[in-house]
Write a protein that binds this ligand. Structure first.
Ligand SMILES: O=C(O)COP(=O)(O)O
Ligand SMILES: [Mg+2]
Length: 226
C-alpha cells in the first residue's frame, strides 16, 4: 500500500507564479486533495500562512516568521524575542531609515517575533544595528528578516511533527531560499526549485528544473502515492 508523504512547503518563491509573486492557483486543488499533513513553513507573518491554509481548505499546520511562531493546530508557540527585533526596527528608523512598507505596514503589523525590511532599504546599517542587539539579518529574496539566530523553520517543523505524529524522515520539503535550509536538513527528501538561491540549492537533495509553483507541482506529481 502506498500513501502520500507529508509535505513541508515554503510560500514565496515556491508556491508562487512563474513571474515570482502571487500564489499560483494551480496549487490549490492538489494541496486540498493531498492525503497527508501539509505544513506551511514561511518567513511571512503568522496570519498569512494561516489564511493560506484556510483558503486552500487544509488544516492549519504552520511555521511562521522563520520559526518564531509555530502553530500545531492546537497550540501556538512563540520561540523568539519580539522586543529585540522591535528595538532594531526602532534604532533603524531613528537612524533615518525606513522599513519600506508604507505607513500602515501590513508586512510587520501582525508580526510577533521578528521584523521584515523591504529589499530596497539599505542593508549594511540594518546588519550593524541587528548585530548590536544580538540578532541576524537574512535575505530571502523577498525581504530582509531581522531575527534571532536561534529558532528556525526546521525546529518549528519538529514541534509540529511531534504534535501531529508524523515522522520527519517521511516528509518531502520544497523551498527556494536560505530560510529553507533548516527544513531541508530536517526532512527525508528535499527539493529546491530552479529559482532557489545558492544556500537552498546546496542544501537540497535535488534541484528542480522548473521554477516556482511549476517546481512544486512537479514534486507533487513525483512523490504522490510513494
Ligand atoms: O517572507 C519572506 O521573505 C519569504 O517568505 P517564504 O519563507 O514563504 O519564502
Ligand atoms: Mg521562500
Amino acid at each position: 500500500m502506498t500513501a502520500d508523504p507529508p509535505l513541508v512547503l515554503d510560500i514565496d518563491g515556491t508556491l508562487t507564479r512563474p513571474e515570482g509573486w502571487g500564489i499560483d492557483p494551480r496549487v490549490f486543488d492538489p494541496l486540498r486533495e493531498w492525503d497527508a499533513p501539509v505544513v506551511i513553513a514561511t518567513g511571512k507573518a503568522f496570519p498569512y500562512p494561516v489564511a493560506l491554509c484556510h483558503f486552500v481548505g487544509i488544516p492549519e499546520l504552520v511555521v511562521a516568521e522563520n520559526g518564531g511562531v509555530v502553530y500545531t493546530g492546537d497550540d501556538v508557540f512563540f520561540t523568539a524575542d519580539r522586543e529585540a527585533a522591535r528595538a532594531v526596527a526602532e534604532a533603524y528608523e531613528a537612524a533615518g531609515y525606513d522599513l519600506g512598507w508604507g505607513r500602515e505596514d501590513t508586512v510587520n503589523r501582525w508580526r510577533e517575533t521578528e521584523i521584515a525590511v523591504n529589499l530596497e532599504q539599505p542593508l549594511e546599517p540594518l546588519r550593524e544595528i541587528a548585530a548590536d542587539h544580538g540578532l541576524e539579518v537574512i535575505d530571502t529574496g523577498y525581504a530582509y528578516h531581522v531575527k534571532d539566530t536561534d529558532p528556525t523553520k526546521g525546529e518549528g517543523l519538529e514541534t509540529i511533527a511531534d504534535h501531529v505524529g508524523i515522522d520527519l524522515a517521511d516528509c518531502v520539503a520544497v523551498g527556494d531560499s536560505i530560510n529553507d535550509v533548516s527544513t531541508f536538513e530536517a526532512v527525508g527528501r528535499s527539493f529546491a526549485v530552479a529559482n532557489a538561491d545558492e544556500r537552498a540549492t546546496a542544501a537540497a537533495d535535488e534541484v528542480l528544473e522548473e521554477v516556482h509553483a511549476d517546481g512544486t507541482l512537479a514534486v507533487l506529481e513525483r512523490v504522490r502515492g510513494t
